[in-house]
Design a protein around this ligand. Sequence first.
Ligand SMILES: [Zn+2]
Ligand SMILES: [Zn+2]
Length: 319
Amino acid sequence: MGRRSRRDKPEELRQNLVELLSNFENKLKHDDLRQQVRGLIPVFNTLRDLGSSILPDGESGRDRILLYLRKYPYVHLNGQELMVVSGIDDWARRVRELRVEHGWKILTGVTAKEIVRDAEEVDSLPNGAGLPKMKPDDYILLDERQDREAAHRWKSANRIRKLSLNVQDKILLFLKENIGNEISGEELRYVAKNKSEWARRVRELRTEEGWPVLTKTTGMPELPIGIYVLVSDRQSPKEDRAVKDALRREVFVRDGYECRDCKWTPHQWNRSDPRNLEAHHEKPHAEGGATKKENLITLCNICHDDRHRKRGLLAIPSG
Ligand SMILES: [Zn+2]
Ligand SMILES: [Zn+2]
């Protein structure tokens, strides 16, 4: 466990540090190895105290990490900066608590890499879908608001991650318990017991199983990067599944992100009418309709079900 930092003024600490370092000159010349190593311990500690004294308002290392992140939201921060301001050994663990238990949307480089690696569409976008190039040890605060429901979700995440289900079923269960809520990739990764396949499984839920798990690039342009929302407890019609994200987005873009039948757009999304856009085969797949842009149109799920219902009625053999 980390030692508690002293609450001194930065300038006093700086002077202490200078003094300790100049005394060390003698140790370096005359002392044996053990004494030299021991002589450096107060230097390390004082340097650490100096780092944490720069943010005097933070009571604990975790407070100071949060203060620092909130001072620089949306900015690419290196983990070592958080180490410096926290002044504690287990700073990485505190970051994890902030993001998983306390509901701060802090994207880590490791998770960002998994999102990028999996998002087949990212490369095709001019700015990489806004996903920053991050090193594993980088952090970004994606949202200045704390998600107060996260503490509640934390319990469900903890329960679900221990179940003996495969990663995809765990993620689906967690999403279904949190319909309409903004879930971070970090949380899904946690539910998946940190298995890196989590991002691929989420994509498969959307593209192969037809669950409306939406992201910034897959139907909810207003979401921050790295956030997922299951907008309703409903799978798209079977024959319209297996449409890749990139193709579906091309169809949405062509249609101006608008339902062809009722003109609903994702800007109108709200909890009492949780719709989403889907791609529909005009000529049914079963009748040889291709999964190509030319044969796909944008519909909201309500109009989509409507079309399939009508198609179903028409398909009933007449006598
Ligand atoms: Zn519609
Ligand atoms: Zn359809």
